[in-house]
Write a protein that binds this ligand. Structure first.
Ligand code: AMP
Length: 280
C-alpha cells in the first residue's frame, strides 16, 4: 500500500494502472475509519483492480459553527485499517494541497440539496459536491463508492455525475449498523455513555415509520408522527427533521405513492446524528 500526499504523486502512482486497463475504484472518506467505511472498501476491492482511499477532512463542507476543528483524526489507525482492507493507494492531502487558492468555483446541486440536511447545513452539499468533483478529477476513477447512510449526499453526487457527464459509476453501499441498530458514524465517539444508550431510538423510530408504510399508510404526516412519537419519548433527543422523501431528488412528500426513503436528523447533546431507511 502506498501513502501519497500530493496530487502529482497520486497521478503518478496511478499512471501505469490506467495504462494496464485495470478498473480503478475510489472511496472518499474523512478518516476516523470504522466498519461502515470498511464495507465500502470491501465492495470496492471485490469490483476493482485497484482501490484508492482518500482521507481528507474537507473544510469546505463544514459550517462556521460546526465541528471541523474537533472532527476526529486518526491517521495511524486509519492506515492500519486501509492496509488490512487491501487498499492500494491512500491519498491524504493537506488542506493547502486541495485548496492552494481561495476556492472560487463550486459544484452546486440545486433542488436535491434544498431539504433535509441541506436546509439545516447551508453550503454543506456545495462543499461536498465540490471536493468530490475535485477528487474525481485528481484520481479519475472508473467507479466511486459512497454509503447509503448519507442518503442526500449520495443523491447529490449521483446528480453531479449525471448533470455534468462525469464518466464515473457511482455505487451506493448499504448502511452498516452496530448490533443495537445505531448506524456507525465517526461522530458516534462524541456520545457519552448515556447518550450512546439513547441513540438507537433513531433507527427504531425510522423502522416504526417504515412499518406504517408497509402496513398501507399513505399519509406522510401520519408516517412521520409515528417516528416523532418514539423520538419524543427519549428525553436526551432533540429532533431536527423527520421526512418522507423520494430517493432521487430528496423532495419531501405529502403522500406515499412510489418508492420512498424515511430520513431523520437528531441532536443528542452536542452531537448531530442522521439515519435513513427504505420506506417500502
Ligand atoms: P465520512 O468519512 O463520514 O465522510 O464517510 C465516508 C463514506 O463512508 C461516505 O460515503 C459515507 O456515506 C460512508 N459511510 C459512513 N458511515 C457509514 C456506515 N455506517 N455504513 C455505510 N457507509 C458509511
Amino acid at each position: 500500500m502506498e501513502l501519497v500526499q500530493t496530487i502529482k504523486q497520486v497521478r503518478e502512482a496511478l499512471a501505469s494502472t490506467r495504462k494496464s486497463g485495470r478498473v480503478i475504484g475510489l472511496v472518499p472518506t474523512m478518516g476516523a475509519l470504522h466498519n461502515g467505511h470498511e464495507a465500502l472498501f470491501e465492495t470496492a476491492r471485490n469490483e476493482c483492480g485497484v482501490v484508492v482511499v482518500s482521507i481528507f477532512v474537507n473544510p469546505l463542507q463544514f459550517g462556521p459553527n460546526e465541528d471541523f476543528e474537533r472532527y476526529p483524526r486518526a491517521l495511524v489507525k486509519d492506515l492500519e485499517i486501509c492496509g488490512r482492507q487491501g487498499a492500494d493507494i491512500v491519498f491524504n492531502p493537506s488542506v493547502h494541497e486541495m485548496y492552494p487558492l481561495p476556492q472560487l468555483t463550486f459544484a452546486e446541486v440545486t433542488r436535491v440539496s434544498d431539504h433535509l440536511c441541506g436546509k439545516f447545513r447551508p453550503g454543506h452539499f456545495r462543499g461536498v459536491a465540490t471536493v468530490v468533483l475535485k477528487l474525481f478529477n485528481i484520481v479519475q476513477p472508473d467507479r466511486a463508492y459512497f454509503g447509503e447512510k448519507d442518503l442526500q449526499q449520495l443523491a447529490v453526487i449521483r446528480r453531479v455525475v449525471a448533470d455534468l457527464n462525469v464518466p464515473i459509476e457511482i455505487i451506493g453501499v448499504p448502511t452498516v449498523r452496530d448490533s443495537d441498530g445505531l448506524a456507525i458514524s465517526s461522530r458516534n465517539q462524541y456520545l457519552n455513555p448515556a447518550e450512546r444508550r439513547a441513540a438507537p431510538v433513531l433507527y427504531r423510530a425510522l423502522q416504526e415509520a417504515a412499518n406504517r408504510v408497509r402496513s398501507g399508510e399513505r399519509n406522510a404526516a401520519k408516517v412521520r408522527e409515528a417516528a416523532i412519537a418514539l423520538l419524543n419519548g427519549e428525553p436526551l433527543i432533540r429532533i431536527e427533521y423527520v421526512e418522507i422523501v423520494d430517493p432521487s431528488e430528496i423532495q419531501p412528500l405529502a403522500t406515499v405513492a412510489g418508492p420512498v426513503r424515511i430520513a431523520a436528523a437528531v441532536w443528542i447533546g452536542g452531537t448531530r446524528l442522521i439515519d435513513n431507511v427504505i420506506g417500502n
